[in-house]
Every structure is written in structure tokens, then in C-alpha cells.
Design a protein around this ligand. Structure first.
Ligand code: SF4
Length: 496
């Protein structure tokens, strides 16, 4: 029997999707493993521990009859780590923990990730199958935990750790570890993932992205619905500043991934904004210098994104499988101004700068995705109507030809734990419908897997969650043509 010190299981949303084979391949099955899991698993391996990563939704996708129970009966392990980073995995993570405990009662089960961190006391209070939670950033804390368990030592010295002690009290060790650099971590040791090759192939097929490339940790901004912004990370992980990996390390990763899997494109796991454009220029310059032939998906987190950047992007990445995305959510300046006042003065997406992006995307023939939503805080019916009007105009102007690469995307949102709107819904004039962990566990158990995102957990003053869902579907359908005709179809060669 194969034996490991630690196995990591990426949980599904639900163990058995209720709507048959289709459900397995929809985006909402959340096949992506959080990027940090690879680094943590590799870190343990380099310290001499035997590790394995198992991606439950991937296994389920590859073989509908795959059974976690049967699989873990064939291996031996002492500790099981389950990522509960995105709240969508709330139900799946708890179910997987229960299965592991039932099949291997002596195994220690620990959770990690932002959502587990946010709800650490509630999870330990209500779910006995969880032995502990690594809060915030995990590489050193998990290593220390594994060492202490192996040597039968007390857990009070494990940083960032919450657990139930022998008297059944919840103990919360201090949040004393936050990484100072990421350059000692390896994010591409994919040999420790079961079915790694299929993971990259299916990620592209199901999620539209082949490989998520870690660039840094932290974010200087505070978008209303995001649980990974500056204040959330300060609170959850003790992270006070953004750190970026050295461009040379990122290049090493790209080379490894291209050599091993021949993926067509990379998604950069950190966005572009005025304060870090120099970093992107250096990185893109190195990609050109090394002649790495791969597409790139880059997000713009804050404007402006000058013409010079478009030119560099154009020179670095082929048109095929490359894109730039921006998420103003709405084009209403009034809405942006109110958000800016409450939670983030940099939340500005002026229409003239969006128009500049459109102009430059057309000039340099690179796909631009503009993400909108219906149901953003403070959005009025008139704002929504104007956004529809903008989207439909774009559809008519750019939607019929492959040479005009503007795509209007939209999706309803989930308000993530730790986000400004989750922590202070009244300031955003919204009503949060589920805010305790047991409620969210139940919510995600019930939420059907579907093509359209449906895990909406709030109502605004004007729109109920049902209306938000309905109008987002309508907006999606109104602009679907831009998705079908633009972007990836032309295999145009890079011009130098
Ligand atoms: S959504 Fe906003 S706060 Fe969250 S990571 Fe992106 S830019 Fe930062």
C-alpha cells in the first residue's frame, strides 16, 4: 500500500452533482486548485515528507464512478489537508473531511485557505471531523504542524493554527507567519498531483484557462465583494503589503510549464495597476527575450493602462489565446463614486479610459474583456439600462467580426467572506442572506450546478437575488455573439 505523510484533497462543490453528466463539466464545478496548495505540498516534500494532491472534481470528471472512499482505502496517510479557500467549496470540504474521518479515523484532518480562516472558530465548533485550521499563509505553519504531529509534540507552537485541545476548547495560536518572499517556493512541481496532465487539459476545456501562474501575494485595493483585498488580507493573513515574485522565477515557471505540458496560455494571478506597470514591463521583456511562445491572460485591476502597455503586450503574446480583462462592473460613474467613498478611493473606471482601452485593443488586435454585472451596490434601474445599452452597442459594433476583439462579459457575484460588503452590508445598502458557516454550507449544498452562476447571496434595495440572476442571464445572452466571434480564432502571427 502506498504511504504518504500528507495528502491534500481539493474538494468538489457537491459530492454527487444532481443533474447528471453535464454538471461535471460546467465552470461551477470549480476544478481549479488554489495556487498555494502546490507550493505548500512541494515545500513539505522538500523537507522530506511524502505528499500527494488529489483533485476530487477532476477525478469525478475523468471517471464519473470514481470514489474517494475506494481511493483512500488503497493508500495510507497520517494527515489530510483540505483547501477551503473559495467559499463555494464549503459543503464539499466538510463532506470530504467526514469521509476521510470515517474511513481513516486516526487521520488528522486540517483545513486551510481564506474561507476556512474567516470561519475558523465556527468550523471547529460545529464540525468534529476537522481537527484544525491553518489560518492565513500556510507553508511554515503546515510544516510545523506536520513535524509536531510526527513527534507527538504540543500544537501550541504551531503558528497561524486553530484547533480543539484535549479539553475540547478551541485554541487560536497567534497569526505570526506571513511570507516575506515567495522566491523560495515552487509552484510548478506538478508531479505531486494525481493526473496532472489531465488537470491542465481539463482546466482549459472547462474553465477556459490552462495554468494559473502565481505572481505575488496581496492586493492594494478593496473591491466591495472581494475577500482577497488589502483589508481582508491584513485581517486574515496579517499581510500588510503586496509581494511580487522575481520576474526570473516567474520565467522559470513558464519554461517548466511549456516544456512539460505545452499549454497554450497562462493566466497571470495578479493584476496590472499604475504602481506595478514597471514589473509587468520587465516580465514581458524577459518573455520576449527568452522567446517563450505562449498566450497570456492579464487582468487590469486599476486604470490607467497606457498605450505603451498595450504595445508591449502585443509584442509579447500572440493574438490567439491572449486577452486583457477589466472589471468595472458597471459604467455608472455615480456608482463608482459611492464605492470609492465607502471602501476604496481608487475604484474609478472613467468612461473615457474604458474607451481608450477599446481603442487600443482594436489598434493592437488583442482581445479585451469588459466585465459587467447587474446587482452591483447602488446600481439603479437606469444604470442597468445604460449598461445594457453599452453592451448591446458593443455587440453590434464588435460582435460580428473576428477582427474587432471586444468582448462584454458578465456574471452575478457572490459576496465573499471578509469582503467590505460582507463585513458591512448596510453601508452598501444590501441585505446579506447567508452569513454563518453552517448557513453557507447548506446554501452550497442546495445550489445546483449550472452553466449560469447561481450562488447569489444578497439582495440590493432594488434587485432581489432572483432578479439579479434573471437580468444577468439576459445580459449574457444579449452579448453572447461577441464571445463567439472575437478573440481566439485567428492564428495571426506575432509582429515584432
Ligand atoms: S477584486 Fe479588487 S480587491 Fe480583489 S484582488 Fe481584484 S483588485 Fe484586489
Amino acid at each position: 500500500m502506498k504511504s504518504y505523510d500528507v495528502i491534500f484533497i481539493h474538494p468538489p462543490r457537491v459530492l454527487k452533482p444532481d443533474n447528471g453528466k453535464k454538471a461535471k463539466s460546467v465552470r461551477t464545478s470549480f476544478i481549479f486548485i488554489p495556487m498555494g496548495v502546490f507550493a505548500i505540498a512541494d515545500f513539505l516534500e522538500r523537507e522530506g515528507f511524502g505528499v500527494k494532491i488529489i483533485n476530487y472534481p477532476l477525478e469525478q470528471y475523468l471517471n464519473p464512478n470514481w470514489s474517494l472512499i475506494d481511493y483512500i482505502r488503497t493508500i495510507d496517510f497520517k494527515i489530510c489537508g483540505i483547501d477551503l479557500h473559495w467559499i463555494h467549496n464549503a459543503h464539499g470540504a466538510i463532506e470530504v473531511a467526514q469521509i476521510v474521518k470515517e474511513v481513516k479515523p486516526n487521520t488528522k484532518v486540517v483545513l486551510g485557505g481564506f474561507s476556512a480562516t474567516y470561519f475558523h472558530t465556527q468550523i471547529l465548533k460545529y464540525y468534529r471531523s476537522i481537527d484544525g485550521i491553518i489560518r492565513g499563509e500556510g507553508e511554515i505553519p503546515l510544516l510545523k504542524y506536520v513535524q509536531n504531529i510526527k513527534q507527538n509534540q504540543s500544537l501550541d507552537s504551531v503558528p497561524n493554527f486553530s484547533y480543539r485541545n484535549s479539553s475540547n476548547h478551541i485554541k487560536t495560536n497567534s497569526l505570526s507567519y506571513t511570507a516575506k518572499t515567495l522566491d523560495n517556493l515552487n509552484f510548478t512541481n506538478t508531479s505531486i498531483l494525481k493526473n496532472a496532465k489531465q488537470y491542465f487539459e481539463c482546466s482549459r476545456k472547462i474553465m477556459g484557462i490552462s495554468f494559473n501562474l502565481p505572481i505575488g501575494r496581496g492586493c492594494p485595493f478593496n473591491c466591495p465583494f472581494c475577500g482577497g483585498g488589502q483589508r481582508a488580507l491584513q485581517h486574515l493573513a496579517g499581510r500588510n503589503e503586496v509581494i511580487l515574485r522575481s520576474p526570473e522565477k516567474v520565467i522559470e515557471d513558464i519554461t517548466t510549464i511549456i516544456d512539460t505540458y505545452k499549454v497554450p496560455s497562462l493566466f497571470f494571478g495578479h493584476g496590472a495597476y499604475p504602481a506595478n506597470l514597471k514589473y509587468w514591463k520587465t516580465l514581458f521583456g524577459l518573455i520576449q527575450k527568452e522567446k517563450l511562445d505562449i498566450g497570456g491572460d492579464l487582468e487590469i485591476w486599476r486604470l490607467p493602462f497606457p498605450k505603451e502597455m498595450w504595445k508591449i503586450f502585443y509584442r509579447t503574446f500572440p493574438r490567439r489565446f491572449s486577452s486583457v480583462s477589466i472589471s468595472p462592473r458597471t459604467l455608472s460613474t455615480k456608482v463608482h463614486q459611492r464605492i470609492a467613498k465607502i471602501c476604496d478611493p481608487t475604484f474609478k473606471f472613467p468612461k473615457n479610459q474604458i474607451e481608450d482601452l477599446i481603442r487600443n485593443a482594436n489598434l493592437f488586435q488583442r482581445t479585451l474583456r469588459i466585465w459587467l454585472t447587474v446587482g452591483f451596490p447602488f446600481q439603479t434601474r437606469l444604470d442597468v439600462l445604460k449598461d445594457f445599452n453599452f453592451a448591446v452597442k458593443c455587440m453590434f459594433k464588435y460582435g460580428k467580426t473576428n477582427s474587432k476583439p471586444i468582448i462584454i462579459m458578465n456574471e452575478p457575484y457572490h459576496i465573499f467572506p471578509g469582503s467590505p460588503a460582507f463585513d458591512s452590508p448596510k453601508s452598501f445598502e444590501i441585505n446579506l442572506n447567508y452569513n454563518s458557516f453552517p448557513q453557507l454550507n447548506e446554501f452550497f449544498k442546495q445550489a445546483k450546478m449550472s452553466f449560469f452562476y447561481n450562488a447569489i447571496n444578497y439582495d440590493t434595495k432594488i434587485f432581489s437575488s432572483a432578479t439579479i440572476s434573471y437580468f444577468n442571464k439576459l445580459l449574457f445572452l444579449s452579448t453572447a455573439l461577441t464571445m463567439m466571434t472575437t478573440g481566439n480564432k485567428s492564428p495571426e502571427k506575432k509582429k515584432k
